[in-house]
Design a protein around this ligand. Structure first.
Ligand code: PMP
Length: 418
């Protein structure tokens, strides 16, 4: 067993100055490991252990850790001293390359986090329609602010918070994912609907794809009712392919939000959309501000990441690695006679125990999600960096060595616990 003495010591220090320790985002059921440095698809902790990383910070490190060309692009912007709030060429270049890569949007506005870009999208939709309410989907996640954070359970994904504004979800109507009829009824019957927001593939909760034709039906009903369709592509954007879920499923939203993979791990997000909506930030009195929006560091990282994805698309390689990994994990499950379930897409898939057919958030609950969550600390202790929620992310840096390490370590974890 790993002793992790240095991590333990850092953890003790962290608890003194930060409530519950540092970086709550990685407290996902695993041991409290502190990382010393990261390269490509590997993390190295302060005690000298290594981990093959299939979490990637919940998705952002799509090109791996510390890719040379990204580090150089960001460093070079910093060297030029462009660390100020003001107009600079990099934001122009980033906006051009993002719109070009995505294919459908006319315009973009950058933010720092996915949460913020979602807020901007909802504000814009309300401004455009003069209406207030929003239809959303059970199990979909849209950030951690008061007005969107829903309780785990029948409605949302995430954790409702003590201290959250009372009545914070009053302006939302929740419908189940992949249920065309329920959606049609909601958009016809709910009053005052400005927008529909969704993860076009429900990645946070179970990586559940839209049923064939489902997104088309939602698109058509939004158009019919003059409701703004927002794709929250904070995870799926640039990960499923250059054009994200919109391109994969061939459905164009009115607005979409991006983050995570877009800047290769640096903090940047974007709201993109049709000009007639986006222009409201300029001519319609809709506020979009923030000291660090469009920061030089974020724009250098965004421009370098998206340009790289366009020049040398890693998607086929990632799909082939992810596919082999999914097959390998399934094989190990069978060899151990366990109902291991590995479903989703090669670039982001979900691991759990169970055999239920899963189409939405409710059916997802019939899997034994806790059983997998209990396995995760052991996987981490065996050098496999994954999270309790079961979503594995693949990067452009994962190759044969990582595949071998992942399968060997997964198998050894199951053997050791048997
Ligand atoms: N939308 C989706 C679909 C997300 O997955 C996330 C983050 N997990 C967010 C919004 C919020 O983004 P951020 O954490 O960068 O604020």
């Amino acid at each position: 067993a790993q002793l992790l003495a240095r991590s333990h010591e850092l953890r003790e220090r962290a608890l003194v100055r930060t409530p519950g320790g540092v970086h709550s985002n990685v407290r996902l059921g695993g041991p409290q490991v502190f990382i010393e440095y990261a390269r490509d698809a590997w993390l190295y902790d302060v005690d000298g252990e290594n981990y093959v990383d299939y979490l990637l910070g919940q998705g952002p490190n799509f090109l791996g850790h510390a890719p040379r060309h990204l580090v150089e692009a960001v460093s070079s912007a910093c060297e030029r001293g462009l660390i100020f709030g003001g107009q600079h060429k990099l934001e122009v270049e980033a906006s051009e390359v993002v719109c070009e890569a995505l294919g459908w949007p006319d315009m973009v506005r950058f933010g720092v986090s996915g949460t913020e870009s979602v807020q901007a999208a909802l504000r814009l939709a309300r401004a455009a329609t003069g209406r207030k309410r929003v239809i959303r989907f059970e199990g979909h996640y849209h950030g951690w602010l008061d007005n969107v954070l829903a309780a785990e359970g029948s409605l949302g994904w995430g954790t409702a918070s003590v201290g959250q504004l009372p009545g914070h979800l009053d302006d939302f109507a929740f419908v189940p994912w992949n249920d065309e009829e329920r959606f049609a009824r909601a958009i016809e019957e709910e009053p005052d609907v400005a927008a529909v927001i969704m993860e076009p593939i429900m990645i946070n909760a179970g990586v559940i794809e839209p049923a064939p034709g489902y997104l088309d039906a939602v698109r058509a009903l939004c158009s019919k009712h003059g409701v703004v369709l927002i794709f929250d592509e904070v995870i799926s954007g640039f990960r499923l392919g250059l054009g994200g879920a919109a391109a994969r499923y061939g459905v164009v939203p009115d607005l979409a939000t991006y983050g995570k993979a877009m800047a290769g791990g640096w903090p940047a997000s974007a709201l993109a959309g049709r000009a007639e909506l986006m222009e409201l930030f300029d001519k319609g009195g809709v506020n979009h501000s923030g000291t660090f929006n469009g920061s030089v560091v974020a724009m250098a990282a965004t421009h370098a990441t998206v340009s790289h994805l366009m020049d040398s698309p890693p998607y086929e390689r990632i799909a082939s690695h992810g596919g082999a990994l999914m097959d390998g994990l399934r094989g190990i499950g069978e060899a151990h006679d366990l109902p291991l379930r590995v479903e989703g897409l090669p670039m982001a898939f979900h691991v759990s125990f169970g055999t239920a057919e899963v189409t939405d958030y409710r059916s997802l609950q019939s899997l034994d999600l806790d059983r997998y969550a209990r396995l995760v600390p052991e996987l981490v202790a065996h050098g496999l960096w994954v999270a309790g929620r079961g979503v594995w992310y693949v990067s452009a840096c994962h190759g044969a060595d990582e595949l071998d390490a992942a399968l060997t370590r997964f198998d050894k974890t199951l053997t050791d616990r048997a």
